[in-house]
Design a protein around this ligand. Structure first.
Ligand code: FES
Length: 282
């Protein structure tokens, strides 16, 4: 049977690292893409960004934050069990090319999905700076892996329990200010990629107004149903046009994304999700 769970362990508070046996998906997957997963035949379909690809072993790693009923069902499955569905890779791969220096920013649950981009950008000849942050130390993950894979690496926590006290955006701002002052001694920072909660991506994009010649790329984790561009569930407004995060994204030019509609739509679903999740826990 396919899609066996090979590993399932807590990587941060409330977040499971899950490794799935899926050789076909692993062979085709690229950084920035996602999979749609169902724990059981009657479970809801959950989009999860790919956090690591091992083509030799034929596995995909993903981080699962158990929030709603669907994610809880997945996260609570045991090693040796099989997922009912594991569809992918879906979405457009990250537009990775030679830029110079690229800053990859992962906030909270966005930390794991940004990990495969380190290798992709490095393979394309870039210098890679990573900045990962979370509310507190318990919510951080993969610090060792990030440190080993990056040319320059920073950790922040909102409460100062690990790394720098503050937000990931402050580190990015410092680096870009250094560059503007002519004091950044490395290849030019030409792109910032941010994956994390919508509010973080919005704040980061707003901050980038001061650096108009540096690209900002965000990954929109919209509500998804079919993941193939048919249902319209994941629509987002980008550059005044309706786009589907599942096929046109999930990555977009942050400056073109209408974050308010993204956040409003997520809020609408959140209420239903919370109700279903509480019922599941009863
Ligand atoms: Fe249905 Fe994107 S999830 S159109």
């Amino acid at each position: 049977m396919p899609f066996e769970i090979l590993e399932n362990e807590e990587m941060a508070t409330g977040v499971q690292k899950m490794v799935i046996d899926a050789p076909d998906v692993a062979r085709a997957a690229k950084a920035g893409q996602f999979v749609i997963v169902r724990a059981y035949d009657d479970s809801e379909r959950i989009p999860l960004t790919i956090a690591d690809i091992d083509t030799e072993r034929g596995t995909i790693m993903m981080s699962v934050q158990a929030l709603g009923k669907g994610t809880k069902q997945i996260a609570r499955m045991e090693v040796g069990e099989h997922l009912a569905d594991f569809v992918g890779p879906l979405g457009t791969p990250a537009d990775v090319k030679k830029i110079g220096t690229v800053i990859l920013v992962g906030g909270g649950v966005g930390i794991a999905p940004i990990y495969p981009q380190i290798k992709a950008y490095k393979d394309a000849g870039n210098r890679v700076v990573t900045v990962i942050g979370a509310r507190n130390e318990g919510l951080l993950m993969m610090e060792k892996e990030f440190e080993a894979a990056s040319d320059e690496h920073y950790v922040t926590t909102d409460d100062g329990s690990k790394g720098r006290h503050g937000f990931v955006t402050e580190v990015v701002k410092e680096l870009l200010d250094k560059q503007n002052a002519g004091e950044y001694e490395h290849e030019r920072i030409g792109r910032v990629v941010v994956i994390g909660p919508p509010i973080l991506m919005k704040v980061a994009t707003d901050m980038m107004k001061d650096y108009p010649d540096v690209e900002i790329v965000v990954s929109i984790n919209a509500m998804m149903v079919d993941g193939t561009g048919m249902c319209g569930g994941c629509r987002v407004v980008v550059g005044g046009e309706v786009k589907f995060a599942c096929v046109d994204g999930p990555e977009f030019d942050g400056r073109l994304v209408d974050f308010d509609t993204v956040m409003n739509r997520l809020m609408i679903y959140k209420k239903d999700e919370l109700a279903a999740s509480q019922k599941y826990d009863e």
